[in-house]
Each structure stands twice: as structure tokens, then as C-alpha cells.
Ligand binder design. Structure first.
Ligand code: PXL
Length: 301
């Protein structure tokens, strides 16, 4: 079977791991083909390095789509993240409509963190992100983004009680039309994870991993990338969220152990092999399941 193909519409930031510098290696490690549509080139991300450069690539998006259309390309997934302008979000919506086919549209509604929008996000952009997210099969908001999407107060949107998390995840599903992986859920002091509303079952489940005290840049991008890779490789929503939570936690732990700067993101590259291994194990389990018990493996008659 060929690698599933994912169109990834994110910015490319040269330094400070985020967006495409996380999305591309992660999808590749998981055995998916990543086809990037860079929305902008920045010298660094916008969170903590001062005056970053910003080359807007919005004008490229239409011609890229025209060329891809002429090639008859289809994708198993379309995955979007940080956006630079409302115009870019409108084009990204057009790209999802044109290329999603039977594939999966994952919209990470990147807008902010810790109760505040990122400094380049205007209220109009936040509204446009809400509209873009309506096209999604799966959204992956953090607490800040969930509050913006729902028009709720950040302080009121607590993610430390199961019943509240269920309610927020269900509300974010737009009446069950899309699946939701709400990140930043912490049902016990020493764990961090996600509440997952699965539109196929209507159920809310939880995924959690050990919490790491330091907060690193780009962990939302890493979580959503692992989730997307796992979903296009055929894992269910809860299992995919569990893998993502576990991987982010391991990467954050090794970053903290080395006392690396938070703005540079998590030191994930040395652990990428784990994602490849997880996918291989999963495929082997599936093959064993289909083959049934072999000679000497099953119960004796
Ligand atoms: O990790 C989200 C993100 C992505 N891309 C850019 C950013 C940020 C968050 O600050 O600045 C350019």
C-alpha cells in the first residue's frame, strides 16, 4: 500500500520548532507523504525571538491549487495550522474543498495559548478561523482556542473536571458534525492529555500522559501532527490522541532534562523513530488479527 498523502497548509519558520519544521518530519516518520503548502516564511516563530521576518506566500496558494488540480491530485488528508491573514484562511478553505475528496480534513485552529491570542491574530482572523474550522472532520483546539471558538471566557473554560471536558468537547463538535480533540485536559495533577469527541460514535474519551512542568513552544503543532499521521494511517481517534499525548510528553521530558530553552521547542527529532515503530507495531497487530491464530499460536482444539 502506498503511503497516505497529506496536504499540509502551515507556515515555515526557520528557527524555533513549529509548524512545517514539525509537521514534515513527523508525518514522514509515521509513513505518510507530506505535501507542504507553505503559507509564509518567517525567520523564527512569533513567540519570543523579537522582530521576526515575514514573507507572505498567500499569492502562491491559488497557482499551487491550479497546478495540483491540473495534475488530478487527491489527498488522504488535508491538515491546516497557523494562518497569516483572513485571505489565507479563505484560500485554505478553498483548498480543503477542492482536495479533501474522501480524505480527512484536520484543522488545528491555531490562534493562541495561555488565554491570549498570538500577537498577529486579530478578532477578524479569529472569526475567520471559526469558519475554516467548520469544514473540518477533526479539530484540535487547546483551551485558549476552544474559548475563542465557543465565545466563552478562558477562566471559565476549565479542563480539570471530566464532566466539564465532556461538555466542552461536545459543544465544539457543532452538534456532532465534527470530531474534536480538545488538548490541555488535566484530570489529575500529574497528567496532561486530551478529551476526544468522536463523531462516529458520539462518545467522549480521554487520553493522558505524564505532565512535564515546563511549557515548550510548538507542542500543539507536534500533538496535532502525530494525531494526523496516526489518523491517516488508520488508527481510531482515541488511540491516535493517546499516541500524540505520549509522544509530546516524552519529547518534553527529554527537553526538560537537558534544560533547553522553551522558545526553541521540544527536542523531538531523536525520538521520531518511536513513531515509526508505533506504526509498524500497529500494522503487525492488524495483520495478525486478520490472519487469525496461526499454527501453535491459538488454543488447541
Ligand atoms: O506553534 C504555533 C505557531 C505556528 N507558527 C508561527 C507561530 C506560532 C505560535 O506562536 O508564531 C509562525
Amino acid at each position: 500500500m502506498p503511503a497516505p498523502r497529506v496536504a499540509a497548509i502551515h507556515d515555515l519558520s526557520g528557527f524555533g520548532r513549529c509548524s512545517l519544521t514539525i509537521v514534515m518530519p513527523t508525518l514522514s516518520a509515521m509513513g505518510a507523504q507530506c505535501c507542504p503548502v507553505p503559507t509564509a516564511y518567517l525567520s523564527t516563530h512569533t513567540g519570543g525571538f523579537g522582530a521576526n521576518t515575514f514573507l507572505d506566500l498567500t499569492d502562491q496558494m491559488g497557482p499551487v491549487m491550479d497546478h495540483w488540480r491540473s495534475l488530478g491530485l487527491t489527498f488522504d488528508g488535508v491538515y491546516t495550522g497557523f494562518m497569516g491573514s483572513e485571505a489565507q484562511m479563505a484560500l485554505t478553505g478553498a483548498l480543503i474543498r477542492a482536495f479533501r475528496g474522501d480524505g480527512l480534513a484536520v484543522v488545528d485552529p491555531v490562534m493562541g495559548d495561555l488565554g491570549r491570542p498570538y500577537r498577529t491574530y486579530t478578532p477578524a482572523m479569529c472569526r475567520a478561523m471559526g469558519e475554516l474550522a467548520e469544514l473540518a472532520d477533526v479539530i484540535t483546539p487547546n483551551r485558549t482556542e476552544a474559548a475563542i471558538l465557543l465565545g466563552e471566557d478562558y477562566d471559565g473554560l476549565r479542563l480539570d473536571r471530566e464532566a466539564d471536558c465532556r461538555r466542552w468537547a461536545e459543544r465544539l463538535s457543532l452538534g456532532g458534525r465534527r470530531s474534536v480533540v480538545l488538548t490541555g485536559v488535566s484530570l489529575s495533577e500529574d497528567t496532561l492529555g486530551a478529551a476526544c469527541f468522536d463523531r462516529d460514535t458520539g462518545a467522549v474519551t480521554f487520553a493522558a500522559a505524564p505532565r512535564v512542568a515546563s511549557r515548550y513552544h510548538g507542542t500543539g503543532d507536534l500533538f496535532a501532527s502525530v494525531l494526523t499521521g496516526a489518523l491517516v494511517r488508520g488508527l481510531g481517534l482515541t488511540e491516535a490522541a493517546g499516541l500524540a499525548a505520549d509522544f509530546v510528553s516524552r519529547c518534553a521530558a527529554r527537553t526538560e532534562e537537558q534544560s533547553l530553552p522553551e522558545r526553541e521547542g521540544v527536542d523531538f527529532e531523536p525520538l521520531l523513530w518511536r513513531l515509526g515503530q508505533a506504526m509498524e507495531n500497529r500494522i503487525r497487530e492488524e495483520q495478525d488479527r486478520i490472519a487469525g491464530p496461526g499454527p501453535g499460536k491459538g488454543e488447541q482444539p
